[in-house]
Design a protein around this ligand. Structure first.
Ligand SMILES: C[S@@+](CC[C@H](N)C(=O)[O-])C[C@H]1O[C@@H](n2cnc3c(N)ncnc32)[C@H](O)[C@@H]1O
Length: 265
């Protein structure tokens, strides 16, 4: 925890604001979406759902496939955890979730793929920003009981365009990708380890196009995640990468020169 705080401090002093950005594409993205401070109506609806989950003491049998939670993760282990605990420790923070919402609103993707549904909070932030009649959302979760609760949450907020694929992503992702032609917006938030992160990134890259947006969660969370992030930004197909510390954004736009930005958010 102390190391993470020190890393953040180091990042904070080296990262810049919009005046350090000379690319019009990044400047607009940063000022209109990343730094946007508007309070959207959906935020309060989703905040209510989060509060509901935080006060829910129901115990779930948790199947943990990877380092997806910041508390006690054992590979392929089973244990009981309350919905409240999952909502507090594994779910996305409001700040990051609201950014996902703004990014979906800004880019208007038609196909969204998410690895790591958990209770469906991040999925719902993306879904509520999207036009449900035109957007296909596919999200992956390994734990059946958590996935069931996520489905309930999707129903509660009347989001019918979300498909949840239950099972180990190592197996479900390759199968699902076969049936997809292209992906516009991807959020990687499942197994926070080096090898799975790179492996999932390389697989989804096959379905990306020039304007696909790829977002990785917790890029500085562990040495493994930092190593994966550093390799991803060096990938020959990646042109623009933005480090926001809590999240990393990847773009493949061929019209951009290869550039990396450390930006405060
Ligand atoms: C950090 S949580 C996701 C949080 C969620 N995106 C949100 O913001 O509310 C990571 C989730 O990924 C799932 N997960 C991790 N590794 C997995 C794997 N190999 N296959 C399927 N699900 C996995 C975990 O069960 C966990 O629910």
């Amino acid at each position: 925890m102390l190391l993470y705080a020190l890393k953040y401090l180091y990042f904070y002093f080296k990262a810049g604001y919009q005046h350090t950005v000379y690319s019009p594409f990044i400047y607009e993205l940063y000022t209109l979406a990343i730094q946007d401070k508007k309070e959207y109506y959906a935020f309060s609806e989703l905040e209510n759902l989060c509060q509901e989950l935080i006060s829910d003491r129901t115990q779930l049998e948790v199947t943990d496939f990877g380092a997806g939670s910041k508390i006690g993760s054992n590979k392929n282990s089973f244990n009981k955890r309350s919905i409240s605990e999952i909502a507090r420790h594994s779910a996305i923070t409001q700040k990051k979730a609201q950014l996902l919402f703004r990014l979906v609103e800004y880019f208007k993707p038609k196909t969204i793929l998410e690895l790591g549904t958990s209770l469906g909070i991040s999925t719902l932030f993306m879904a509520l920003a999207a036009d449900s009649s035109k957007t296909q959302i596919i999200t992956f979760e390994g734990c059946p009981q958590i996935a069931e609760k996520a489905k309930e949450n999707f129903e509660e907020l009347e989001q019918e365009n979300i498909e949840i694929i239950v099972g180990n992503i190592d197996k479900t992702l390759p199968k699902t990708l076969i049936s997809l032609t292209s992906l516009d917006f991807i959020f990687l938030d499942a197994n926070h380890r080096y090898e799975p992160t790179l492996n999932y990134f390389n697989q989804i890259l096959e379905k990306c196009h020039n304007d696909t947006v790829i977002i990785l969660d917790d890029i500085h969370w562990s040495e493994g995640m930092e190593k994966a992030w550093k390799e991803i930004i060096k990938h020959e197909k990646v042109t623009v990468s933005i480090d926001l510390f809590q999240l990393g954004l990847i773009f493949l736009r061929k019209e951009q020169p290869k550039q990396h930005f450390d930006l405060r958010f």
